[in-house]
Every structure is written in structure tokens, then in C-alpha cells.
Design a protein around this ligand. Structure first.
Ligand code: PMP
Length: 410
């Protein structure tokens, strides 16, 4: 496997050293192949809001496995899941299940282009929407750039259709739309960014995006692959009270199995095949095992009211980290947070990049040594899970404090 991994950031390249090989997960804990136990703040990069091997999810998957793992035909359960998504996420009237966030993003962009008859896509520096060609345009630039491919192998002609603007920069958005508004098919944005570390979108910024898209006939896509069912049942859009035209979901909705979705305005979604001409399909889409895990997870989230305790737990982790000030600046939204090793504030990719990544690497290794599994990169979100009860939280605070004390120069 390239780099020994199946997804790049797992290889620890940003922090150095050898990745930990995981043998199993138990609630708030990860256990490695050598039997070391870690309190897990990665949570599989977002899906595991209930923690590892939650009994309701395990039962649902077990039951479904005995009934068959794929049919390639409609099921009652996928309909039920779709209904739950429509019920919970304010702007979603119709939804299509897919297998990954990447697929959801590229499918939504195709739909937006079909609906508008335009080609230009606007994204934001530091935003990540999966690895499809058209969405990898340079994320490292702090200035609006048109057409810098983010990876070799992305055709220049494809990259040229994606404009990258600075996150949280209302003036840059307005200026871009004055010049190019008539060409814009879609604006795609993480309403709370999670892929440059956690950086909440300001209300002014998200409102400006809504206005610009409405005024210029462009499609506003909220990428809620991380924030959907993470910040609450309605995702970030319910928190800020702004309705996008299309929404991407992933991570939590699959309960740790491969699933994602795109959905939104019924008039747009009705353009997707077979009800409309915009082609998109998938052998394993709406896969019964993933649907079972997703349904069990969403039902638990709807009945257990986990968001207030999750928020309180994350605030306590934030407080322990911030106690190491002035070298640690924490951004937090609900149960996702990032300690940036710098004085802050961090409101966009340019400011996030000012962090001391070498100090982060030292902190990461000290935490690992203390039995805390944090993301192996400064530019990722830390996730709390509902499996972190009072005992685990006390243990987590103690271990983070120990790690902070051990880490030199943080
Ligand atoms: N959008 C966002 C906001 C993400 O964080 C990710 C993955 N971390 C994706 C899209 C892509 O999802 P996937 O890895 O399932 O393709």
C-alpha cells in the first residue's frame, strides 16, 4: 500500500514516527496491536459520535448481516433513513444515498452545473470536499486563485473551473461575484470548517454566501459531511439558520460504515436520474449494512439527547488545552475542536497555517505517550464521542494535562 496506508493522513507524515496499528475499539477507547489503550479523540475522523462498537449499532449490523449484505434493490430501511434525514436537516427535501463524502460532493457539483448550465465552482482555501478532480484546487492559497491544481493528475482544464477564495472573507466573496457572478454554478463550503483544523464560518460570511448565490442564481452547497448530526440533528445549517440549496452528509449518518448522502431542494434533486437526466449511480449505494448502522446511530442520537453533554465534555477538553496558553489557541464548535499552537485568532486557512506544526507534533507524541489518540496533524478536528462519560472525561483531562506538561515548547 502506498505509504503503508489506505488514506494518507494515517501515515503520521505530519508528526513523524510510526503509525499505531489498531486492534479494536471499545466505547471511548482504542486498543492497539500491542495492547496499549488510548482515549480516542479521532473517532474515525468524525463518524463515531457514539464511540466504538456501540451496542445498538453492533446489534443492528449483526442482525442485518444475517439477512444479507447487499441486494441492489430498494429496501424499506433505506427509505426510513431518507425520511429521517429529510425530517432532521432543515433544507433537505429529497436525498440520494452514496458511499463516501467524495461521491456526495462530486455528485452535488454535477447537479449544480446541470441545473445552472454554468461551469465555475467556488470553494474556499483550506476547505476539503473529498478527492474528486474538480475539488482539489489549491487549498493552500490565501488569495483568490483560479485554476491551480491541488494534485498532479488533475487536468488543468478541470482545475481552471474552480476558484479558491479565502474563508470567512465577505469582501472577497462580494468582489468575486461582481466580476464572475454570472458564471458561477455553485459555491461549496464547510459551514464550520474541519479540514484546516476547526474554523467556524461566521454568520456574516455564511449569510453573504447565501445572498450572493440567491442574487446570481448559483447553487449554495453546504458540505456538512463533518457537521451533519455532529453539531446537532440539523447540522450547522440549523445552528446558523441558513438554508443551503444542497447539503452533503457523511460520516455520522453511516454510523462507522461507508455511507454518505447529498440532498436538498426538491426541484434540484428531481433532476437526478432516473427522475431526471443528471446521471449518478452506485452498486452499493444504500447498502443494507451501512443503512442499519446509520439508522441505529441516528435513532440513538434522536432519543438520547447527547448534544448538551457532548458540548460540555468538549468545553472541558478545551479548557484543559487552553490552560497551556498563550501558546495554545483553541477553536471549538460543539464537540469538535482544534488546539492551534499559536496565539490566534484563527479564522481562515492563512491564519491556521501560522501554527507551529513542529510543536503540534511534539504535543501529539506526548499525548500518545500519555494514552490519548489525537489527530496526527495540526490541520484536523478533534472529536469527542458520547462514550466519554464522567470517568473517561476525568481520565482524559488528566492525560491531556500530563501530555501538555511533557511536551516541550508548546
Ligand atoms: N467533505 C468533508 C467536509 C470532509 O471532511 C470529508 C472527509 N474528511 C469529505 C468531504 C470526503 O469524505 P470521504 O472521505 O468520505 O470521501
Amino acid at each position: 500500500m502506498p505509504g503503508g496506508v489506505n488514506s494518507p493522513v494515517r501515515a503520521f507524515r505530519a508528526v513523524g514516527g510510526e503509525p499505531v496499528f489498531i486492534a479494536r475499539g471499545e466505547g471511548a477507547w482504542l486498543v492497539d496491536a500491542d495492547g496499549n489503550r488510548y482515549l480516542d479523540l479521532v473517532g474515525a475522523w468524525g463518524p463515531l459520535i457514539l464511540g466504538h462498537a456501540h451496542p445498538a449499532v453492533v446489534d443492528a449490523v449483526r442482525r442485518q448481516a444475517g439477512l444479507g449484505t447487499a441486494y441492489g434493490a430498494p429496501t424499506e430501511q433505506e427509505t426510513e433513513l431518507a425520511e429521517l434525514l429529510v425530517e432532521c436537516v432543515p433544507s433537505v427535501e429529497m436525498v440520494r444515498l452514496v458511499n463516501s463524502g467524495t461521491e456526495a460532493a462530486m455528485s452535488a457539483v454535477r447537479l449544480a452545473r446541470a441545473a445552472t448550465g454554468r461551469d465555475v465552482l467556488v470553494k474556499f482555501a483550506g476547505g476539503y470536499h473529498g478527492h474528486a478532480d474538480g475539488l482539489l484546487a489549491d487549498a493552500g492559497s490565501g488569495v483568490a486563485t483560479l485554476g491551480i491544481p491541488g494534485s498532479p493528475g488533475v487536468p488543468a482544464a478541470v482545475a481552471a473551473l474552480c476558484a479558491t477564495l479565502p474563508y470567512n472573507d465577505v469582501a472577497a466573496v462580494e468582489a468575486f461575484f461582481v466580476e464572475h457572478g454570472g458564471d458561477v454554478a455553485a459555491v461549496i463550503v464547510e459551514p464550520v470548517a474541519g479540514n484546516m483544523g476547526v474554523v467556524p464560518g461566521t454568520e456574516a460570511f455564511l449569510t453573504a454566501l447565501r445572498h450572493a448565490c440567491t442574487e446570481h442564481g448559483a447553487v449554495l452547497i453546504f458540505d456538512e459531511v463533518i457537521t451533519g448530526f455532529r453539531l446537532g440533528l440539523g447540522g450547522a445549517q440549523a445552528v446558523v439558520g441558513i438554508a443551503p440549496d444542497l447539503t452533503l452528509l457523511g460520516k455520522v449518518i453511516g454510523g462507522g460504515l461507508p455511507m454518505a448522502a447529498y440532498g436538498g431542494r426538491a426541484d434540484l434533486m428531481a433532476m437526478v436520474a432516473p427522475s431526471g437526466p443528471v446521471y449518478q449511480a452506485g452498486t452499493l449505494s444504500g447498502n443494507p449494512l451501512a443503512v442499519a448502522a446509520g439508522l441505529a446511530t441516528l435513532r440513538e442520537l434522536m432519543s438520547a439527547a447527547p448534544y448538551p453533554p457532548l458540548e460540555r465534555a468538549a468545553a472541558r477538553v478545551e479548557a484543559v488545552l487552553a490552560a497551556a496558553a498563550p501558546r495554545v489557541f483553541v477553536n471549538r464548535a460543539g464537540s469538535m475542536l482544534t488546539p492551534f499552537i499559536q496565539a490566534g485568532p484563527v479564522q481562515d486557512y492563512a491564519s491556521a497555517r501560522r501554527s507551529d506544526t513542529e510543536a503540534y507534533a511534539r504535543l501529539f507524541h506526548s499525548l500518545l505517550e500519555a494514552g490519548v489518540y489525537a489527530p496526527p496533524s495540526q490541520f484536523e478536528a478533534w472529536f469527542l464521542s458520547a462514550a466519554v462519560g464522567e470517568p473517561e472525561l476525568g481520565e482524559l483531562e488528566a492525560r491531556i494535562a500530563a501530555g501538555l506538561e511533557q511536551a516541550t515548547n508548546v
